[in-house]
Design a protein around this ligand. Structure first.
Ligand code: PEP
Length: 253
C-alpha cells in the first residue's frame, strides 16, 4: 500500500497561542480553505478555546484536536483534562507525547502509552509523536530512539485499533527551527516506523497514518507529502496563519 491509499491528514498544532476570539477567527478561515475530498484537516487550539472552536467548525470539513490529555477519567487531578472531557468539548483527535511535553513537562514513553490507551478507549484518535533530538541523531541512534518510543505506544494498542491511530514523526531538531529533514531522510524514518509496526502486527501496518512534523511550510510540503510513507503533516508555526496553512492543505491534494 502506498500513501495514495491512506487519507492524507494535515494537522495544525497551535501550541500556546491565541485567545478564544483569535482561535475562532483562525478556525473559520481554515474552514473556508478549499480542502480536497481525500484530505483530512484538523486544528488543535488551546484548551480554553476548544468548545468555541468546535462550534465555529460545525458543518465544516475541519476536525478538532486537543494538544494533551490525562489518562484518568475524573478525580483529584488538578489542572488536568480527561478524554471524555475533550470529547465533550468537540474533539475527535488528541496530540500525545509532543516533544515539547517530553522536554518541559516530563512526559515519558510510559505516560505516552497511558494517554494513548485512554484516548483510544474513549474514541479519540491519538496523534502520537516520536522523534530524535539533534544529539541523538548525531550519535547515530535515531532509529533506536524512535523505535523505542513507537514500541511503548504500540504495546497498549490492539491490532483492530490501528486504523484509528496516527503517528507523527517529528525530529526534535526540526521543530520550530526552520530546519526540515530532507524528504528522503524523512521517508527513511517513516518507512522504518511502518516496517517496525508491520513486524509486530503484519499488514495492518498499512492502515496507520504517519505524519511528518518539523518546520513544514507551503514551499516544502509538496515534496514531503509526495513520499510514499508520509501520510500528512503535523504543522506548528505555519498553522497559525490561515493562508500558509491553506497552502499546505492544498499540497496534500
Ligand atoms: C510541531 O509543533 O509539531 C511542529 C512541527 O512545529 P513547527 O512546524 O513550527 O516546526
Amino acid at each position: 500500500m502506498t500513501n495514495s491509499q491512506r487519507r492524507p491528514l494535515i494537522a495544525g498544532n497551535w501550541k500556546m497561542h491565541k485567545t478564544i476570539a483569535e482561535s475562532v477567527a483562525l478556525a473559520r478561515a481554515v474552514a473556508e480553505t478549499r480542502i480536497g475530498p481525500r484530505t483530512d484537516v484538523v486544528v488543535a487550539p488551546v484548551f480554553t478555546a476548544l468548545a468555541a472552536v468546535s462550534k465555529a467548525l460545525e458543518g465544516s470539513a475541519v476536525g478538532l484536536s486537543a494538544q494533551n490529555l490525562y489518562w484518568e477519567a475524573q478525580g483529584a487531578f488538578t489542572g488536568e483534562l480527561s478524554a471524555a472531557m475533550l470529547l465533550d468539548a468537540g474533539c475527535k483527535y488528541v496530540i500525545i507525547g509532543h516533544s515539547e511535553r517530553r522536554q518541559f513537562f516530563a512526559e515519558t514513553d510510559a505516560t505516552v502509552a497511558k494517554k494513548s490507551r485512554a484516548a483510544l478507549s474513549s474514541g479519540l484518535v491519538p496523534i502520537i509523536c516520536v522523534g530524535e533530538t539533534l544529539s541523538e541523531r548525531e550519535a547515530g541512534i535515531t532509529f533506536e530512539v524512535i523505535g523505542r518510543q513507537l514500541d511503548a505506544a504500540l504495546a497498549v494498542i490492539e491490532e483492530r485499533e490501528l486504523g484509528s491511530v496516527v503517528i507523527a514523526y517529528e525530529p526534535v531538531w526540526a521543530i520550530g527551527t526552520g530546519k526540515t529533514a530532507k524528504s528522503s531522510d524523512a521517508q527513511l524514518a517513516h518507512a522504518y516506523l511502518r516496517d517496525r509496526i508491520r513486524n509486530r502486527v503484519g499488514p495492518a501496518a498499512d492502515l496507520v497514518r504517519i505524519l511528518y512534523g518539523g518546520s513544514v511550510k507551503a514551499d516544502n510540503a509538496a515534496e514531503l507529502l509526495a513520499q510514499p510513507d508520509i501520510d500528512g503533516a503535523l504543522v506548528g508555526g505555519a498553522s497559525l496563519d490561515a493562508d500558509a496553512f491553506g497552502r499546505i492543505i492544498r499540497a496534500a491534494g
